[in-house]
Design a protein around this ligand. Structure first.
Ligand code: FCB
Length: 444
C-alpha cells in the first residue's frame, strides 16, 4: 500500500506538544524491549523522589490510538516524541527488534493519518543498559553504536517523519548524569562528564552522516537546553561565574556545532578534565544542521558563592523562575552571536500543583506561563529570529525523572490509577489558540 507522505514536508511554523519515550510509554518488558539506564536507575534507593519508575507511566504504548485521537482533538500540527533505543536494538548493538520498530511505525502513520507532523528524537536519555555495561557514553564506541541506531531508525521512518533530532539536551546527560549523578547512570566524575559531552556531540555528527546517507527525507538537527545566565551581583567573581556557566551550558555546544571548536576559556578552566578529542572529531561534529531545537524553561542566576542565589521572580512548582523575557533575550543573543540555522522551541511549559475538580483542571498559571512564552517567542521573531515551531512540554502529565509523578507538566491531566486523561484548561486554551493561529506564520 502506498504510504501517505504528504506530511513529510514540515509546514513553515508548527504548534505542537512533546513527550519522551521513557516518560510516557510504559510497557517496559514488552515486544522485546530491554532495560535502559533509567529502568536501572529507578531501582536505586532514594534516586526517585516518590520511589516510582516508568514501568507503566502513561501506558501510552497500549493507549496509542486514544492518545493520537487526543492530539487531533487538541488540533496539534506536530507531535514531538522520542524513540526508545532499547526497543529498537535491545542490546544497543547488532540485532534489530522489528516489533519495537513496529510501534513507532504505527505512531508515525497514526500521526500522518490525522494530519500531524511527526518530530522524532533519537535519544531522550534512555541508553540501553547493555551499552552502559560496556562503559556507556564514556566509551567512544557508544558514539559509533548510536550512528548504527540512527541508520536503523532512518531507514524505517525517514521517509515519513518531518524532523529528526539526534539528542535531547546533551548538557543534562553529561552533567546531571555524570557529574552531579542525580540522573541515570548516576556517575559523579567531572572528567567523565566532559568526555561524555564530547562523545554525545561526536555521536550526533556521526548520526547525521548516517541519516543523510540512508536517504532520510526529514530535517535533521539537535535539541539543546539553553538559558540566559545572569550574574547574581555585579561583583567580578559573580560575573566570572556567569561567564563560565554560559560557556559550559551554551557555548560548549554551539561553538562545537557551529564553529567546530570548544570555547577556549572553558577548555582553560577544565584543564586536565577537558575531553580527549581526536583529529577529525570537530569536523564530524560540525555537520550542517537543518535546525536547532531549544528547550527553555527559566533563566539561570550564577554566583561564585556556594549557597544558591536568591530568586527574585515568581517560581513554578519546580521552583524555577518564570522569565519569558529570558526566552526573547536568548533567541536574540543566539541569532546575534552564531550563524544559527532555523530554531524550533522544542520544549516550554510548567509544573504546577493541579486540582481535578468535577472533570476540570483550572490551571490558570500554566496557561499564563505558556501564553507569555509564546508571546516572548513572537517578539524575537518580530526582530528577525527565524523560529519554525513551538512545542509545549508536555502533552500529558508523565514520569518527571527524579521527581517521579510529583510534578505535573501536562496540559492534559493523567490520573495514574485509572489512566484517565482529562483536558486541563491550558489544553482547551492551546487548542483554541492553535485554531485561531494555525496559519499565522505561513507564507501567503
Ligand atoms: C526537560 C526534559 C523533559 C522534561 C522537562 C521538564 O529538561 O527534556 O524530559 O523533563 O525538562
Amino acid at each position: 500500500m502506498p504510504r501517505d507522505t504528504s506530511a513529510i514536508q514540515a509546514p513553515p511554523f508548527v504548534w505542537g506538544a512533546a513527550t519522551s519515550a521513557y516518560q510516557v510509554e510504559g510497557a517496559v518488558a514488552e515486544d522485546g524491549r530491554a532495560a535502559s539506564i533509567w529502568d536501572s536507575f529507578c531501582r536505586v534507593p532514594g534516586a526517585i523522589a516518590d520511589g516510582s519508575n516508568g514501568d507503566v507511566a502513561c501506558d501510552h504504548y497500549h493507549r496509542l490510538t486514544a492518545d493520537l485521537d487526543l492530539m487531533r482533538e487538541l488540533r496539534l500540527q506536530a507531535y514531538r516524541f522520542s524513540v526508545a533505543w532499547s526497543r529498537v536494538q535491545p542490546s544497543g548493538a547488532g540485532a534489530v527488534n522489528s516489533r519495537g520498530l513496529d510501534f513507532y511505525d504505527r505512531l508515525v502513520d497514526g500521526l500522518l493519518a490525522r494530519g500531524i507532523a511527526p518530530y522524532l528524537t533519537l535519544y531522550h536519555w534512555d541508553l540501553p543498559q547493555a551499552l552502559q555495561d560496556r562503559g556507556g557514553w564514556t566509551a567512544r564506541d557508544t558514539a559509533l553504536r548510536f550512528a548504527d541506531y540512527a541508520d536503523i531508525v532512518g531507514h524505517r521512518l525517514g521517509d515519513r517523519v518531518a524532523s529528526i533530532a539526534t539528542h535531547n539536551e546533551p548538557w543534562v546527560v553529561s552533567i546531571l548524569g555524570h557529574q552531579s549523578g542525580v540522573h541515570a547512570p548516576g556517575v559523579k566524575d567531572r572528567r567523565h562528564a566532559m568526555q561524555v559531552s564530547h562523545h554525545l556531540l561526536l555521536s550526533h555528527g556521526l548520526a547525521l552522516q548516517a541519516l543523510r546517507s540512508c536517504g532520510a527525507r526529514s530535517e535533521l538537527g539537535i535539541v539543546l537546553n539553553a538559558s540566559p545566565v545572569v550574574a547574581a551581583t555585579d561583583r567580578a567573581e559573580d560575573t566570572a561565574a556567569a561567564q563560565l556557566e554560559d560557556g559550559l551550558l551554551v557555548r560548549w555546544y554551539l561553538d562545537a556545532l557551529l564553529h567546530g571548536r570548544y570555547p577556549s576559556d572553558v577548555l582553560a578552566h577544565l584543564g586536565t578534565d577537558a575531553p580527549v578529542v581526536r583529529e577529525r572529531d570537530h569536523e564530524i561534529i560540525r555537520a550542517g544542521l537543518d535546525f536547532i531545537g531549544l528547550n527553555y524553561y527559566t533563566r539561570r542566576v550564577a554566583s561564585a558563592a556556594s549557597s544558591p542565589p536568591a530568586q527574585s521572580l515568581a517560581v513554578t512548582g519546580m521552583g524555577w523562575e518564570v522569565d519569558p523575557e529570558g526566552l526573547t533575550e536568548l533567541l536574540l543573543r543566539l541569532h546575534r552571536d552564531y550563524p544559527m540555522p532555523p530554531i524550533i522551541v522544542t520544549e516550554n511549559g510548567a509544573a504546577y500543583r493541579d486540582a481535578l475538580d468535577n472533570g476540570r483542571v483550572h490551571d490558570v498559571q500554566r496557561t499564563d506561563y505558556i501564553r507569555r512564552h509564546i508571546e516572548a517567542t513572537e517578539r524575537a521573531m518580530g526582530q528577525g529570529v527565524d523560529v519554525r515551531g513551538f512545542f509545549v512540554w508536555s502533552l500529558m502529565d508523565n514520569f518527571e525523572w527524579t521527581w517521579g509523578y510529583r510534578q505535573r507538566f501536562g496540559i492534559v491531566h493523567v490520573d495514574f490509577a485509572t489512566q484517565r486523561r482529562t483536558l486541563k484548561d491550558s489544553a482547551r486554551w492551546y487548542r483554541d489558540f492553535i485554531g485561531a493561529h494555525q496559519n499565522k506564520f505561513r507564507s501567503p
